[in-house]
Design a protein around this ligand. Structure first.
Ligand SMILES: [Fe+2]
Ligand SMILES: [Fe+2]
Length: 472
């Protein structure tokens, strides 16, 4: 396989120099990307940051660590190795060789799937633009910038596919990916969660835990795609994505750990006055980020998604490990609904139509692991508080429960009661003001803000007090 070529303007392992037209098209998109990065990417100016850069996709040593100036980060195009024997694993084309070109009949659908995925990548960079100003430590600041740089690379991954396989329309869509902006009134990002603010670090950790994890599951379905270049690019993106979720998981670990210390020290749950984040507030942030992330899975039932599956465009999570016929033509699945008598219940539908529900269930199971982990921290401190995932019907804007209100326990309530009680379940202005008041930057080596515990380890074997970021 080809190793990444770093002598090129655009580092890549796809032999870009063999296709001059494509190379020129991408090189003319590059300054637009850099302009977007300068105007919409990290606002805090730094001299350099200790970042990992992808240098190869192979099993060992794909990542190279060094201090680099952010604007000189080598965003490149990396596809996982090609498996020449790979065959379609599901749907009507099961068993056929995978596609190296886009079949005409699926062109529009594939382009749409790539654009929707591509849109989320720069969106999160925009949402996190101002977080550098309030980083709790240099270690955290470095992690933020790592996530940002890699989301930028994920945009490159999708733009490469658009340019290489979708002609003029693809190039136009690549432009649109830079034109839409998170939270913009005229041209917002495509999906709701990517137009929400990420105004503080608790939100950032929740975002990387819950929303980047949605990304993991979406990429997991595209990794199964019969369109091989899409499959290979997603496979490599998933490697980078793992670090983003690590940032979220351990970030929330450390918030809970610090809150526990303060609760024990002051013998109270009300640790706000002592500069901590009460467990109840952590729960409200969790409720918000989990529920908006569930919306990203779309409606419980979708004929389109069933058609994508049958066509081979996107599969299921762990498709090849599923013990069924991978066509699902005669199968059924239970999906959530509001029943005829107005209760929250379930109904049986064709498995193909219920694929969004299938993916969401996998995701929910995965989310629960984090909650268990955080609860262990509370439990081993001898505290009785526990965190939990709210019911799927809670605070939903998409799907079966979009038009009703429900408590975190899954009890349906009238709109008036929701308005009265929602402050107990979602962050109030007071909660947000408190969390934001704690967000003061700590840029001194080895120091950490008082609302969060330090990490157990540094990055790439470096200590916590390493000089992860240099300022100009
Ligand atoms: Fe990403
Ligand atoms: Fe990510």
């Amino acid at each position: 396989m080809t190793a990444a070529d770093y002598t090129e303007k655009i580092p890549n392992n796809v032999d870009l120099r063999e296709d001059r037209r494509l190379q020129r098209a991408l090189e003319s998109w590059q300054p637009n990307f850099l302009h977007w990065w300068e105007s919409m990417g990290p606002a805090l100016s730094t001299q350099d940051v200790y970042l990992r850069t992808a240098v190869n996709v192979g099993r060992d040593g794909w990542a190279h660590f060094d201090h680099v100036a952010m604007k000189d980060y080598r965003w490149g195009i990396f596809l996982a190795e090609r498996d020449r024997d790979r065959r379609v694993a599901f749907g009507a084309h099961k068993g056929e060789p995978v596609w190296q070109k886009v079949p005409g009949e699926y062109r529009a659908d594939l382009q749409r799937l790539i654009v929707i995925q591509g849109d989320t990548e720069p969106a999160s960079v925009e949402q996190q633009r101002n977080l550098g100003a309030t980083a709790p430590s240099l270690y955290d600041l470095r992690n933020l910038f790592q996530v940002n740089a890699e989301e930028g690379r994920h945009l490159w991954a999708m733009v490469y596919l658009l340019h290489a396989y979708f002609g003029r329309e693809g190039r136009e869509e690549a432009q649109e990916l830079l034109r839409r902006n998170s939270g913009s009134v005229e041209s917002p990002r495509i999906l709701g969660a990517f137009n929400e603010e990420t105004p503080d670090w608790l939100s950032f950790f929740m975002f990387t835990y819950f929303t980047d994890r949605d990304g993991k599951y979406q990429l997991g379905t595209l990794k199964e795609s019969a369109f091989d270049p899409l499959s290979r690019t997603c496979e490599f993106m998933l490697k980078e994505e793992a670090h983003h979720m690590f940032v979220g998981t351990t970030g929330i670990d450390r918030v809970v750990e610090r809150s526990v210390q303060l609760m024990l020290e002051h013998d109270t749950d009300e640790i706000g006055p002592y500069g901590g984040i009460p467990v109840q507030v952590v729960q409200k942030y969790l409720n918000f980020h989990y529920s908006v992330s569930l919306d990203l899975f779309g409606s419980e039932t979708s004929t389109n998604v069933g058609n994508y599956f049958t066509a081979g465009l996107k599969g299921r999570w762990s498709e090849e490990r599923r013990a069924d016929d991978h066509r699902l033509t005669g199968d059924a699945i239970l999906v959530d609904v509001v029943t005829d008598d107005g209760r929250l219940g379930q109904t049986e539908v064709a498995a193909l139509v219920g694929l969004n529900t299938d993916l969401r269930r996998e995701y929910i199971g995965d989310c629960q692991n984090g909650v268990n982990r955080w609860n262990k921290i509370l439990e081993s401190a001898g505290l009785s508080q526990r965190l939990r995932l709210p019911h799927v019907a809670f605070n939903r804007k998409v799907g079966a429960f979009a038009s009703i209100e429900a408590t975190p326990d899954g009890e349906r309530i009238p709109a008036g009661e929701w308005d009265r009680r929602k402050g107990a379940w979602l962050p109030t202005d007071l909660d947000k003001t408190h969390v934001r008041s704690l967000m003061r930057p700590v840029y001194e080596r080895g120091k950490i803000a008082a609302w969060i515990a330090p990490p157990r380890q540094g990055i790439n074997g470096k200590p916590f007090d390493y000089d992860y970021v240099h300022f100009a």
